[in-house]
Ligand binder design. Structure first.
Ligand SMILES: Nc1ncnc2c1ncn2[C@@H]1O[C@H](COP(=O)(O)OP(=O)(O)O)[C@@H](O)[C@H]1O
Ligand SMILES: CC(=O)N[C@@H](CCC(=O)OP(=O)(O)O)C(=O)O
Length: 302
């Protein structure tokens, strides 16, 4: 016997069907293109949201987009360091990383976090493969050189952040090979130095470098705020490279937002069409951003 949907259900279905049709031009626009998604440590705390994220990644792949996931794990590293009674501090959003800390960072990022994201994507019907910058020589790194001007003496000081690295070369071929085999790469932000040393790299930085290397059409940075907020706490919808420099100079942005915006600027300067900082706490944030005409979050363009 055929069962008939009631009117209310039919209306819901119609709305769903219309939404899918409206998304078609966007699906066409992004088909065959690389979209690099940075999945932040704060945005991935909630299991339900993590499952929605995994399903959205699989959906992107199924409609012909090539998603590449780069994940963070700052809060999870912090928890583990606390359990092991290892002290940790941040300078301008970057974790000062000594030899003991880098071992723990690698264990948390390449171990538990990477594998749980891979498992969630596979559970959602995709074929994800986890790798860190060490696998297939994906990310050759070097020690990050940072300086900071001392406001009192006005002297530029060199900051030693230990084993904090920056990508020197990203090998896009490894990712292309995986994609051609139907796999979704999930990358832990760990790099390898010329002498085989392990580097802890900010996940936003890795996402930007990967986006540049693969010529991504979008870099999406999912985080735990609506986007970049102005001094009154209102969302800034669009920023140019010049605007970013101004916001940094006048102190509107601080902490983790600094490496995030530096990454967006570098990525668009390397040819990524646009970078977006968006709220990973919103279910389906990625889909709303790329498959609707309004988008959400803060868009950074050249
Ligand atoms: N102007 C700003 N707008 C939004 N967030 C800001 C701003 N300045 C500093 N932040 C901080 O940056 C944080 C996002 O960076 P981070 O904690 O590193 O996120 P994630 O772990 O997702 O990478 C926000 O939670 C907020 O505390
Ligand atoms: C050098 C540096 O700070 N590395 C980060 C790597 C993880 C990361 O970036 O995680 P989120 O994106 O969740 O912040 C760290 O040790 O926390």
């Amino acid at each position: 016997m055929t069962t008939h949907r009631n009117i209310a259900e039919t209306k819901n279905w119609l709305r769903t069907a219309e939404t899918i049709t409206e998304a078609l031009p966007f699906m066409r626009r992004y088909a065959g293109k690389n979209v690099v998604v940075k999945y932040g440590g704060h945005a991935m705390g909630d299991k339900k949201l993590a499952d929605v994220f995994a399903r959205d990644v699989v959906l992107l792949r199924q409609v012909g987009v090539n998603p590449i996931v780069v994940h963070g794990g700052g809060p999870q590293i912090g928890d583990m360091l606390k359990r092991l009674a290892v002290k940790s501090e941040f300078v301008d959003g970057l974790r000062v990383t000594d030899a003991e800390t880098v071992d723990i960072v690698e264990m948390v990022l390449s171990g538990s976090i990477n594998k749980s994201i891979v498992a969630a994507i596979n559970e959602a019907g995709g074929t994800a493969i986890g790798l860190s910058g060490k696998d297939g020589g994906l990310i050759q790194a070097r020690k990050l050189r940072r300086t900071k001007r001392d406001p009192e003496s006005n002297i530029e000081k060199i900051l030693d952040l230990g084993f904090v690295g920056e990508p020197r070369v990203v090998n896009p071929q490894v990712l292309e090979n995986l994609q051609q085999a139907g796999m979704i790469p999930v990358i832990a932000p760990i790099g390898i130095g010329a002498g085989g040393e392990t580097y802890n790299i900010n996940a936003d930085t890795v996402a930007g470098a990967v986006a540049g290397a693969v010529g991504a059409t979008r870099l999406l940075l999912l985080t735990d705020v609506a986007g970049v907020l102005d001094k009154e706490g209102r969302l800034i919808e669009e920023l140019s490279v010049e605007d970013v420099a101004r916001l940094q100079a006048d102190g509107t942005i601080s902490g983790g937002m600094i490496p995030k915006l530096e990454t967006c600027v570098q990525a668009v300067q390397e040819g990524v069409e646009a970078a977006v900082i968006l709220d990973g706490r919103v279910p389906h944030a990625m889909l709303l951003e790329i498959f609707t005409d309004r988008g959400i979050g803060t868009l950074i363009k050249r």
